[in-house]
Design a protein around this ligand. Structure first.
Ligand SMILES: C[S@@+](CC[C@H](N)C(=O)[O-])C[C@H]1O[C@@H](n2cnc3c(N)ncnc32)[C@H](O)[C@@H]1O
Ligand SMILES: O=c1cc(-c2ccc(O)c(O)c2)oc2c(O)c(O)ccc12
Length: 352
């Protein structure tokens, strides 16, 4: 009896892993259908019958929609209010997680969900075992696309926008936390350059929160070309391995984790040339993961270890523990750093 119990537990564990792929697609479907937006627009728990009539689907799909809501309620994205108005019709409301899936507000992770769950981003994962078996130094993503990721976004304007919007979506959440809880990191700065800053979402957030800081976005030309016009943020196209524009602070979000240690040292040495001495306010501000050695939060640890492998397959990068960061900082000529945890990521101030 004990043996079959263990067998069934093992089967449940394996199936839970496999289901992870499907669960993410069910969440993507809810965002694509606009379910969070429909509930939000109602301003109070939305009766199921009204939800069905507000969505782009035939009424015959109502029973199937109820099953989708049943799962996403179970996994914490909706709250069910059984028979709310005694009409026998259940109503649904949002949770803090689905508040972040509204396509019509900011901050929002809707574009991050749609972008990072796009088949073009996920397809390289199918080649991971082939990559492990091959002698090729390239990534699984290069095997799938025939070119490195930034050549791929340059060659495919649709995916360039999809990716940049996804990163800006992630930034809409992180920047709100950083400008609220990490004000001290920006104190005294007169200028900041966001290297690999994408379409400028973070730089705009910093410029709005700290108007005295002159903000510049520095990214590849085909990326800064997607940046909306802004009176407060200057855009410069270039290659961060060649040159980094001078500023009091260099800001790097989700850039270092896509690079090897050697590439990080090269970038940080260029950063050191671009910023003044510490006593004159010079610093590098990194927003990336610091792998959590205590592993006290299962979901945080799982997200960090997943992202480490996402980076392995996407760019050849990695997530790092604090001692790994320190080694890179010292090798690049920096003498001190300070870590501020931000959920699965951290804000790391690095001082010359
Ligand atoms: C994962 S994205 C992060 C974007 C943004 N920092 C954010 O977190 O929202 C990495 C960024 O690095 C940029 N990048 C990659 N290689 C670069 C290079 N050689 N020079 C400048 N930017 C580069 C990419 O175009 C992309 O916008
Ligand atoms: O191709 C990428 C994919 C992802 C990514 C993020 C979260 C996910 O759940 C996921 O499935 C993929 O993130 C990137 C990133 O952060 C980079 O700096 C460079 C490239 C990528």
């Amino acid at each position: 009896m004990e043996q079959t119990k263990e067998l069934l537990q093992a089967q449940t564990h394996v199936c839970h892993h496999i289901n992870g792929n499907a669960i993410s697609m069910f969440l993507k479907c809810a965002v694509e259908l606009g379910i969070p937006d429909a509930i939000h627009a109602h301003g109070q728990p939305l009766p199921f019958s009204l939800l069905v009539s507000s969505l782009p689907m035939p009424p015959t799909k109502a029973p199937s929609l109820r099953r989708l809501l049943r799962l996403l309620t179970h996994t914490g994205f909706f709250t069910i209010h059984p028979d709310l108005d005694s009409s026998g019709d259940d109503a649904y409301s949002l949770t803090p997680s689905s508040q972040l899936l509204l396509r019509s507000s900011s901050p929002s992770l809707a574009s991050f969900v749609l972008g990072m769950l796009d088949s073009s981003i996920l397809s390289p994962l199918q080649l991971l075992s082939a990559w492990y078996r091959s002698e090729q130094p390239a990534t699984a993503a290069e095997m799938a696309r025939g070119m490195p990721i930034w050549d791929w976004t340059r060659a495919n304007p649709h995916f360039n926008l999809l990716f940049n919007d996804a990163m800006a979506s992630d930034t809409s959440v992180v920047s709100k936390v950083v400008v609220t809880d990490c004000k001290a990191a920006f104190r005294g700065l007169r200028s900041l350059v966001d290297v690999g800053g994408g379409n400028g979402m973070f730089a705009r957030a910093i410029a709005e929160a700290f108007p005295h800081i002159k903000c510049t976005v520095y990214d590849l030309p085909h990326v800064v070309a997607t940046m909306p016009e802004s009176p407060v943020v200057q855009a410069i196209g270039g290659d961060m391995f060649e040159r980094i524009p001078p500023a009091d602070a260099v800001f790097l979000k989700l850039v270092m984790h896509m690079l090897t240690d050697e590439q990080c040292v090269k970038i940080l040495r260029l950063c050191k040339e671009a910023i003044p001495k510490r006593e004159d306010g010079g610093k590098v501000i990194i927003v990336d993961m610091v792998l959590n050695s205590e592993k006290e939060d299962y979901m945080v640890t799982e997200s960090q270890l997943v992202m480490d492998l996402v980076m392995l397959q996407a760019t050849g990068g990695k997530e790092r523990e604090e001692h790994e960061w320190k080694k890179i900082f010292v090798e690049a000529g920096f003498v001190d750093h300070r870590v501020t945890p931000l959920g699965t990521r951290s804000l790391i101030e690095v001082f010359p």
